[in-house]
Design a protein around this ligand. Sequence first.
Ligand SMILES: Nc1ncnc2c1ncn2[C@@H]1O[C@H](COP(=O)(O)OP(=O)(O)OP(=O)(O)O)[C@@H](O)[C@H]1O
Length: 749
Amino acid sequence: LEAGGHLTGSVFQSTLRSVDIQALPDKGQKLLQQIQELEEALGALALTAEPDTNEKSNAPVPQQRHSTKSTTEPPHLVPPRPLQGQGLQPLGSQGLKAACPVAAGGSSWCYGGPTKQDGPHAMWEIISKAIDELHASLESRPGETAVAEDPAGLKLPLLLHQKQALAWLLWRESQKPHGGILADDMGLGKTLTMIALILTQKNQEKNKQEDKNTALTWLSRDDSCEFTSHGTLIICPASLIHHWKNEVMKCVSHNTLRVYLYHGPNRDQRAKALSTYDVVITTYNLLAKEIPTQKEEGVVPGANPGVGKDSAKTPLLRIVWARIILDEAHCVRNPRVQTSMAVCRLQAQARWAVTGTPIQNTLLDMYSLLKFLRCSPFDDFRLWKSQVDNGSKKGGERLSILTKSLLLRRTKDQLDSTGQPLVMLPQRKFQVHHLKLSEDEENVYSVLLARSRSALRSYLKGREGGGSQSGRSPDNPFSKVAQEFAGPRMVADSQRSSTPHVLLTQLLRLRQCCCHLSLLKSALDPAELKSEGLALSLEEQLSVMTLSELCDTEPSPLISLNGEQFKAELFENTRASSKISSLLVELEAIRGNSASQKSVVVSQWTSMLQVVAGHLRKHGLTYATIDGSVSPKQRMDLVEAFNSSRGPQVMLISLSAGGVGLNLTGGNHLFLLDMHWNPSLEDQACDRIYRVGQQKDVVVHKFICEGTVEEKILHLQEKKKTLAKQVLSGSGKTVKKLTLADLKVLFGI
Ligand SMILES: Nc1ncnc2c1ncn2[C@@H]1O[C@H](COP(=O)(O)OP(=O)(O)OP(=O)(O)O)[C@@H](O)[C@H]1O
């Protein structure tokens, strides 16, 4: 069997080398998939003892007995890259590549280097070599008190923790992989820290000429980069491009760094010109638009990934950057989405992920960042799942080493080596307002809850007889649940209304019910559903339009909901809900206390912001709104006005549009009107007001309706926070994803 397995494996590999699979209509994806499955089947037939994949113990590694490994030459799908060097990084993302369907968008094949087919022993050797190297590199890590000098040309002196971060950043750029994750708490000044890195390296550029060749080891086989830049490519959400530019203008001496905003229809698309800037700033959206992913290319017959067509289109792929910085890098936490795949295709000598919330949901978030960093071999999804994210003690230890080596995180409540807080910030208080729904709200809520419960029950029933695949979504917060529900057979028509999406949307309706009944009238906004990881079909939309009766052209004094009659006026947005009433009481009190205190109100639903706006007008409170429809330039103007004494008293922000990057230190009260599954989004929003520059004491208000799903969400949020804390503290423990049990708890059955 062993000989047969090896022989067949070799035949596959050599056949692949001799044919032009790109010429196939699907670029050979199906063929590669089949080969992989065959090879795996053969591997399994060889009865190989896997080297402790569960890693529950530290037992010695068994001797290599894998069928496909009998020569010293690792099999290659294509010849190895000519410029591969030694160590972690040169193996790069090309390193230990089996097919990595999740990371590469479904069915792409990753080329080169030793593959899983080399056998478990080879894989184990590479992992242990990688871990040893990380360990060894940790020895050269600057001590916690080590600081780097402020670079010449920086006008604003760095704070102590920023000087320490700069020493760490410089160290990481000399290590493999070059770069890492700067995960300091939000508002600790990561932007300025990264600008200091760019400036320091620019000042040292002459010395770096010697290292020129190192850069070349970063290029992958396919790359046809024509320009090597000394510049940094910064990728950020659209709302932050002006923030980055302004920070450079504010903090760096005039004419020291040449900055270009690669944005808008008139952007300069000449690669040569772009490669001459010190800093090029662009957005995730533009990148995803300009860089097609493998998936897309797969449907264009004859297209050749990596070379030619798309490289000719976007200058971003024609340049090897000195460094790439992903700001708010949690934007690429889902490795399956186009933006994440696009950032991985960019070429650079050093790669940085900057985010205050690197782990928002699961360990997959961390995997995405390691993939971008090309942290081989852990950028291989299968290896990541089997060797790190496997719930074992050993996996936890590996995770801990990765975190310690590659990630720097300090929090705002931390003290520095001299016993001083990292930044001098005023007090922050959290105030949870436990509210009771009014009797009317309670009645509507009960009807919706009963309906959701029965949907869940019918779903569970349907699942017993085989569920549906149709509701799956990659970044669905309950993807685990969705997977549990999913089965091989299509669900019967009668059960279609109970897909995981429908259940999640009914939960969403329950959450809306806690905020304002009028929200039940509006159709669900696709952009907001996306932030929940939901994309509903029209049919699904209709099935959760609980108030479809309201679509009637004839105004009626009564509304029927699930057979129960309610007064139509209950659903008018001019009516004050329990939450709106409490919010207004608080805002009035703030206005009464001092004219200089301002508030930020956050909701995940723009429809809720509109309802609040109407009530603010009625009460004579001035306000401005930042949601997805406000352009980056308008945002800057609104923020500036709010932070000045003349601006409005209240800033309304949508969680997805205003949650990241904005500096709203003009406000010192923040109201979280509703609950999101992802607590990091809420933390991000809270840190808009609690950051360097805040002069007043801060109060974060959270509204929770008693006896509703909101209380249960609070519990789930705690679970997610625990996961992030454990991973970031390097304790290496992992917590399981949300499960079907969670859903049952949420629906109270
Ligand atoms: N050394 C410094 N001296 C004075 N102000 C500073 C310093 N460093 C940063 N700041 C200011 O602190 C504010 C917060 O900085 P910044 O926006 O970079 O935070 P951040 O860590 O990137 O936060 P987020 O994760 O929310 O984006 C900015 O207004 C910035 O100008």
